[in-house]
Design a protein around this ligand. Structure first.
Ligand SMILES: O=C(O)COP(=O)(O)O
Ligand SMILES: [Mg+2]
Length: 221
């Protein structure tokens, strides 16, 4: 057994911002509000959909009293098409295949709701690589609480090697769970990489198996 690796979803395995953006703009159109740019919407990703809706509403000056209605609209629009524009980042499928073939047990730990997470992984033919998917609603706690990441590793029942993510939330979750963290450089983070605790930063998924092998070689046996 080579050990367990857990991945974040949004901004790490997949570029999901275009579908979140489309759903948010449909929600805004429902109430006659102007759309947001993709860049602005992307800056709101990381703490799950209720937080994203709150930030969109603040940005557009929509009163908090409408939050239940807006959240319901966002969920309806997003779950209707969670994987229309969403794509895996470069070399993700072949890297997951190589890691799986190398004997690693793989999991996902995301703040996205579990149902659309599964839909996305299925639509992009990635679900087959994972032995566990923990979503933002799988437990009472969400990242950066360490509980969801701990639950993912517990389900994998193999030595915990690494959490791979793109954001401030992921770095903090890994730190609190006491798991080494690898930072994917091209996700949705707002903070410079050097300000986030990490074991290594990587630019391309193709480099990941080699980095993990090197990390294992450095570990006390
Ligand atoms: O849904 C979000 O806001 C963040 O999702 P992630 O945890 O997969 O990055
Ligand atoms: Mg992420």
């Amino acid at each position: 057994m080579s050990g367990a690796l857990v991945f974040d979803l949004d901004g790490t395995l997949v570029d999901s911002a275009p579908d979140l953006h489309a759903a948010a703009n449909r929600m805004l159109a429902d109430v006659g509000a102007m759309p947001l740019t993709l860049q602005r919407l992307t800056s709101f990703i990381g703490h799950g959909i209720p937080n994203l809706v709150r930030l969109v509403m603040e940005d557009r000056g929509i009163p908090a009293s409408r939050s239940a209605e807006m959240n319901a609209a966002m969920l309806t629009h997003y779950t209707a098409s969670p994987a229309t524009l969403t794509r895996p980042y470069g070399h993700v499928p072949e890297t997951l295949a190589a890691l799986k073939a190398g004997g690693y047990r793989l999991g996902v730990c995301t703040n996205k709701l579990r149902a659309p997470s599964i839909s996305i992984l299925e639509a992009l033919d990635l679900l087959r690589f994972f032995d566990v998917v923990i979503g933002g609603d799988s437990l009472p706690e969400k990242k950066p609480d360490p509980a969801p990441l701990q639950a993912a590793f517990a389900a994998l029942a193999a030595p915990r090697l690494l959490y791979i993510g793109d954001s401030e939330v992921d770095a903090e979750t890994a730190r609190r769970a006491d798991v080494p963290f690898a930072l994917y450089a091209h996700g949705y983070r707002k903070t410079p990489a050097e300000e986030l605790p990490h074991l290594f930063v990587f630019e391309d998924f193709l480099s990941l198996p080699g980095r993990i092998d090197a990390m294992k070689a450095d570990m006390p046996s």
